[in-house]
Design a protein around this ligand. Structure first.
Ligand SMILES: [Zn+2]
Length: 232
């Protein structure tokens, strides 16, 4: 099995969106790092980054993505085209995690049922996080409920709180577990200090999800937006 973090550029975000109650005015350059898992049978992509943002998002979120950091360029670095991807797992459907879903026409997508339903009708306080253009595309969504085994080595773990149906991904690797936290812990400090994210559907669930991630044995963690962690 081969596992890689893609370098899909970064975007600016108020740091208090990533950590609740801290960093009141700081702007953070959030990394975008979808994960590619290549097994003998499957080519699995976890999250698809940001698509073309509508103009009014530009004030809050400046996207930096060079030519060699596009999804296509990153995949071609591993000899792959989008149509080679067989499975996509979206941790959730906020715009910075499903922006390129439309590229993966041949893949089966795994999303929590609650997340897929809610994305079409988010509450007012989560509305800006969902861009229908990004997720409402002609691809094959398989909605799942709860924990779900994708392959012998790849399992989805529900970690709601940041969004209603957020999920993390556990990949068995050697004797340990590689854990793609997604936005249940976008930065290392979310997990290390049990600081919940600033964007929340439910705060209590967000903390339970952090604690669930912390109980995984022999774990090494990938934090979805931590710009100090660039590779495995
Ligand atoms: Zn995010």
């Amino acid at each position: 099995m081969n596992i890689h973090l893609l370098r899909n550029g970064c975007f600016t975000i108020a740091k208090n969106f990533l950590v609740y109650g801290k960093y009141r005015t700081e702007i953070y350059k959030a990394a975008l790092k979808p994960m590619l898992v290549m097994t003998r049978k499957e080519k699995i992509l976890v999250d698809t980054g940001i698509g073309e943002l509508p103009p009014h998002y530009g004030k809050r979120h400046q996207l930096e993505r060079s030519e060699d950091q596009t999804m296509q360029a990153q995949l071609s670095g591993f000899g792959l085209k989008p149509e080679d991807i067989t499975i996509v797992i979206n941790t959730h459907l906020h715009f910075d995690h499903c922006g390129r879903n439309r590229l993966f026409r041949k893949a089966r997508f795994y999303v929590q049922a609650d997340e897929l339903r809610y994305a079409y009708r988010p509450d007012r306080f989560q509305k800006a996080a969902y861009l229908r253009d990004f997720f409402d595309v002609d691809v094959d969504y398989e909605s799942v409920r709860g924990r779900y085994r994708i392959t012998d080595d790849v399992t989805i773990l529900p970690t709601p709180g940041h969004s209603i149906g957020h999920q993390s991904v556990i990949v068995k690797k050697d004797a340990g577990n590689l854990v793609y936290c997604g936005d249940a812990a976008p930065l290392r400090e979310n997990l290390a200090k049990r600081n919940i994210p600033g964007v929340l559907y439910r705060a209590d669930e967000a903390l339970q999800s952090i604690d669930r991630l912390r109980t995984i044995s022999n774990a090494s963690y990938i934090f979805s937006h931590d710009n100090e962690q660039r590779s495995l």
